[in-house]
Design a protein around this ligand. Structure first.
Ligand code: PEP
Ligand code: MG
Length: 576
């Protein structure tokens, strides 16, 4: 009989296929006493399991496919680190000796203790690392049982298989990628889990937080995954299946059709041009930017160059990366944001105290300014790249006028250093600031006088306005771009910038949400920056928009306080 289960959609779209259950050992272990005479043997068995697991990670690391998402390597490193930590590789040995128990039981006792400690952690990101510890423990359990290292037997998996797992480790995901599953479903995982990161990077409709999925779904059962709604339909009726197949087909057709707009200029029905720029994380993302027909890069999140590595990128490496992007864009503007590290985006291996409120601490420009030497390296690299094409520099998370003064001073020093060495750069490099703190939005004039352009970072603006940790799954339902306070701030920034003639863009996730395109245009925005995959859909919406009618409705939305009326008005705005 057909039924549905609900979770958190982590990648939109529809997938249809047969369930393939990913069985885990979990932490069930037999408990038996080991005679003193055999303790040495038991210890050796445990050590051999650790060595075997370590060898598996090493082998995996060496066989990472070139096209694997960059996170894979870091994920494997994290698991290797967990395995090598004495809490897992040594403490169970002591338990074996003390309790005179079998290795599995010792491992289970230690794992229970470790996992309980994670529940007490407040930081959402760290709490999610509990899943990593669990995955390493499960792998060790398997090694102890003498079974093959990798849990799922997925050799016969094809296009139409849907993986149903408790959780997925990086190692599982590597196999997942090679075997081209149509989707994956997990019982665990929040929005910052590895599962979510990988689902998005592979662009597969997928759902996390499907509690008890593995007990509700049988092997080979037919499933429909609606990643947009976060719904799985199990054993669907023929009619429902036919409907979804049709929808799936329509989505694909729509995607193909959109490609025709690649070279069409983004312009409203009444002839107002709109700049659609792309957000990128790494230089290799540029290929997708060109494919989407973006008219520039509105946000290059350079901090990703600093992650998943042991050493910081030096000036030459950064320069090569920025120049590569600037040259690839062939004269179109490239907005390079100085590194936004800190908070949830830490540099590997850098020891910093665990803070209660990292998002309110030393991140982004605040961090840059406390590390002038490191900052200078990046500023010089950006300036050098500016010689090879239209480059703009964007400062993240500004909140005080002094930050702008100090940054401009730092840029000046970098220019002087380059000039003294006769190294070319664009002397008129434009400098902009990200408006992502309510204070910056409210005191905009403090910044417009000093900056060449602005970019509204709604991801953080919403986080800080509504006091909602954007990485915390537990409060995700309160994260609302249509909250009147958010809309007022966004509208205020756009209108103030337009009044003073300061170019303003919006580069948070709101920019890529087609349901919000007309609203943003109506509020006066003419430049949006988003993931390349969203550009064509937003362009299509702009091409259908009559600016004079949406302007009026958008203004009226600013006067609405009731959420239901707000949504009704948005529907009106998006009608026809
Ligand atoms: C934002 O905050 O909206 C933004 C674009 O920056 P990030 O998502 O990198 O914090
Ligand atoms: Mg931000």
């Amino acid at each position: 009989m057909s039924f549905t289960i609900h979770g958190t959609g982590i990648c939109a779209g529809i997938a249809i296929g047969q369930a393939m259950l990913h069985s885990h050992t979990r932490l069930e272990a037999g408990h038996y006493l080991v005679p003193r005479s055999q303790i040495a043997e038991e210890l050796a068995r445990f050590d051999a399991a650790v060595a075997k697991t370590r060898a598996e990670f090493t082998a995996l690391r060496e066989t990472i496919p070139a096209n694997a998402p960059s996170e894979f390597e870091a994920f494997i490193d994290v698991h290797m680190m967990i395995l090598n930590d004495s809490t897992l590789s040594k403490v169970p040995r002591a338990i074996i000796e003390r309790e005179q128990c079998n290795a599995e039981w010792a491992l289970k006792l230690q794992a229970d203790e470790l996992l309980a400690q994670f529940d007490a952690i407040e930081d959402g990101y760290l709490r999610e690392r509990k899943a990593d510890v669990l995955q390493v423990v499960e792998r060790l359990m398997l090694a102890l049982g003498g079974q093959p290292g990798y849990v799922p037997d997925i050799t016969d998996a094809g296009q139409s298989k849907i993986l149903v797992a408790h959780d997925l480790s990086p190692a599982d995901v590597l196999q997942f990628k090679q075997h081209q599953f149509a989707s994956f479903l997990t019982e665990l995982g929040g929005t910052t889990s590895h599962t979510a990161v990988v689902a998005r990077s592979l662009n597969l409709p997928s759902i996390a937080s499907l509690h008890h999925a593995r007990s509700l779904i049988y092997e080979n059962e037919m499933l429909i995954v609606d990643g947009t709604q976060g719904v799985v339909i199990i054993d669907p009726d023929p009619q429902v299946l036919a409907d979804y197949r049709l929808r799936q087909h329509q989505i694909e057709l729509e995607r193909q059709k959109l490609r025709r707009l690649r070279t069409t200029r983004a312009m409203t029905l009444d002839g107002t041009g709109v700049e659609l720029h792309a957000n990128i994380e790494l230089p290799e993302d540029v290929a997708e930017v060109a494919d989407a027909g973006a008219s520039g890069i509105g946000l290059f999140r350079t901090e990703f160059l600093f992650m998943n590595r042991d050493t910081l990128p030096n000036e030459e490496e950064q320069f090569a990366a920025y120049r590569n992007v600037v040259e690839s864009m062939q004269g179109l503007p490239v907005t390079i944001r100085t590194y936004d590290l800190g908070s949830d985006k830490a540099i590997d291996g850098e020891q910093r105290p665990v803070l209660q409120n990292p998002a309110l601490g030393l991140r982004a420009i605040r961090l840059c300014l406390t590390e002038p030497r490191r900052f200078q390296i990046q500023l010089r690299a950006i300036l050098r790249a500016s010689h090879y094409g239209k480059t703009r520099l964007l400062i993240p998370m500004i909140s005080a006028a002094a930050e702008i003064d100090q940054t401009l001073h730092q840029i000046e020093i970098a220019k002087q250093t380059l000039a003294a060495k006769n190294i070319a750069f664009d002397p008129r490099l434009e400098v902009g600031g990200m408006i992502e703190i309510p204070a910056a939005a409210l005191a905009l004039r403090m910044f417009t006088r000093k900056l060449d352009f602005l970019s509204i970072g709604t991801n953080d603006l919403i986080q800080y306005t509504l006091a909602i940790d954007r990485t915390d799954d537990a409060v995700a339902h309160l994260y609302d771009p249509l909250h009147p306070a958010v809309l007022h701030l966004v509208a205020l920034v756009i209108s103030s910038a337009n009044r003073t003639g300061t170019p303003v863009a919006l580069c948070g996730e709101m920019a890529g949400d087609v349901k919000l395109s007309r609203l943003l245009l109506g509020l006066g925005l003419r430049q949006l920056s988003m993931h390349p995959g969203q550009i064509l859909a937003v362009k299509q919406e702009i091409l259908r928009t009559n600016l004079s009618s949406v302007r009026l409705l958008a203004r009226r939305m600013l006067r609405i306080a009731d959420p239901d009326r707000m949504r009704a008005m948005l529907e009106r705005l998006n009608a026809d």
